[in-house]
Design a protein around this ligand. Sequence first.
Ligand SMILES: [Zn+2]
Length: 312
Amino acid sequence: MPGKNVSTAGPLSPDEVALRDELRANVQKLAGEIAERNMWHYPQLNAAADFIEASFSRAGLRTRRDSYDMSGQTCHNIEAEIPGSMQGATASQPSHLPIVIVGAHYDSVFGSPGANDNGSGMAATLALARRFAGAKPKHTLRFVAFVNEEPPYFLSGEMGSLVYARRCKERGDKISAMISLETIGYFSDAPNSQTYPSPGLGVFYPKIGNFIGFVSNIKSRALLRRVIMLFRKHAKIPSEGASLPAFIPGVSWSDQWSFWQQGYPAIMVTDTAPFRYPYYHSSNDTPDKLDYDRFTLVVSGMEKVIEDLDKL
Ligand SMILES: [Zn+2]
């Protein structure tokens, strides 16, 4: 779904400026202060988990740790839920309602402070959760921070999001949409700043990395189309979308994959990471590399998408 490009509109609104400040502070905390956070830096991984949980709580959200054990060390996915108000739900059985999940991984790859990957996605999840904290959605809304997305857990049974998605399936949760926010803060206007996993795609899509990407597998394409349509209604930043076979490099590279494994519709929002970002998975993935204005426009666009998804 190559898109007609909108040009990025003028200065940020006061709301957007506040959102930008919040995103910058979250990225700074995760990638600047805590920095590398993974099983080799276990205290930092837990410091990130504590920060995320405190941030959800401060927003007034009910949080839950979805924990599991890995070689004697406990790992935590962290969930904040806003129960849906649709008819038929009861306080004791809110999970029978359709659930919309917005999530991001909070670990960073070995050797990297992970500002864009995935301080950006996590910062956005926290900011969005705070914006919906007072809402009365029809659907149940969940904001989830996933642990252990990066190798060697990537696409394995020890990946945090797969543990989480399996438990959702076992409980019978009806997940109508899962949105994975993965590396969403880097943009460039330079010629040929955008590459693709296969040369064929480069024929249809832009060669300038100034857009935000929406990606799904073939089975989730109805959700992908709906999200892109809603995003383009509001967003002030160009977008491109593609439903592709999951084996194409990059398509499965985040937590949406875990939900596909359990048969749930899921999509990824991404700046395309390794196909654009020069500091991907390196020690130079630091907070100063992000384009906070355009990152903000992505997140404010996603706020509208989540609002509109709830009306359907
Ligand atoms: Zn990542």
